[in-house]
Ligand binder design. Structure first.
Ligand code: PDD
Length: 296
């Protein structure tokens, strides 16, 4: 089947999905995005992702050119056009076409794009053995300079950290904030277990409040796992008994190494991942049980 992309008002063949070189998303990284996972034809936690999209849009003064039901229709139309049931979906809204200059008023219409691809599972060896991390020397953008709650197209800060990870043969990089506290990975949130307590940097440390993170926090609380959201130092991470990262596509990914410190894949990550999968299954059957739906 050919590959289709949603561009502005409808689905078009991917080869025809072109955006202007004057698009301010291209010129200035002026725009926002969300990444979602589709399980068995259902977009997982869609309302949460759309809420975050709207928050990002409002934080940069951008009007998303569709309402929530319209975005949902567009998402499912894209999935249907591509015949996808297990997918990775990226929704991007940029400031749109406009002459050169920072003024958002130069752009009359935002550009709205949905790309959906088949979800290629991460190799199971990564879940079995864990991934390696480094703590990058690149610091996380100061939250007072660029609010990490804006899931923006401007990813250079994280890309620089990713380049460091690649040079060190690591899979993901953790960034520290200006105060030297742990924040998050380049595309993931960070968790570790220390003295039986599940720890994760607080939102105030300057992180994106990941949707997977919030779900994992809720699952941990429900399971009676003691949880601490706060400020942590690299030494806390090196001294952990287990480490894992979370995001929409990886779900819960165990970590085997952070710099020189080694970890075995622990039971907290395993337990939470089982519960996470259970949550996904429950969500999918609930959505399918809601009657006439977008995904049929
Ligand atoms: N990234 N922190 C950052 C900087 C991220 O970019 C992401 C997500 C997360 C995890 O958020 P969530 O659990 O809501 O996916 C944390 C997505 C996957 C991406 O960049 O495509």
């Amino acid at each position: 089947m050919g590959h289709f992309v949603y561009l502005n008002d409808g689905v078009v063949p991917a080869a025809e999905a072109k955006v202007s070189v004057f698009d301010h998303g291209f010129l200035y990284g002026d725009g926002i995005y969300e990444t979602m996972r589709v399980y068995d034809g259902v977009v997982f936690l869609l309302d949460e992702h759309l809420q975050r999209l709207c928050r990002s849009a409002s934080l940069i003064g951008l009007d998303v050119p569709k309402d929530i039901p319209g975005i949902k229709r567009a998402l499912y139309e894209t999935l249907r056009a591509n015949g996808l049931r297990n997918a990775y979906v990226r929704l991007t809204v940029s400031r749109g076409y406009g002459q050169i200059g920072l003024d958002p008023g130069l752009c009359k219409e935002p550009t709205f794009v949905i790309i959906a691809n088949e979800f290629k599972p991460y190799p199971s060896a990564l879940y079995e053995n864990g991934i390696s991390l480094i703590i990058a020397s690149t610091r996380r953008n100061l939250k007072e300079a660029l609010d990490p709650q804006i899931k923006s197209l401007n990813f250079l800060n994280n890309i620089l950290a990713k380049i460091e990870a690649q040079r060190a043969d690591a899979y993901e990089a953790v960034l520290l904030n200006a105060a030297g506290h742990l924040t998050e990975g380049t595309i993931s949130n960070l968790f570790f277990v220390k003295e039986g307590v599940l720890c994760t940097p607080a939102v105030e440390c300057g992180i994106l409040d990941g949707i997977t993170r919030a779900l994992v926090v809720g699952l941990a609380v429900r399971s009676g796992i003691e949880l601490r959201e706060g400020e942590f130092l690299p030494g806390d991470l090196y001294g952990a008994s287990e480490v894992f990262v979370t995001n929409t596509t990886m779900e819960i990914m165990p970590v085997s190494r952070v710099d020189a410190a080694r970890f075995t894949v622990g039971h907290v990550a395993g337990l939470l991942h089982t519960q996470y999968r259970h949550e996904v299954n429950g969500y999918v059957s609930e959505k399918k049980g809601e009657g006439p739906s977008l995904w049929q």
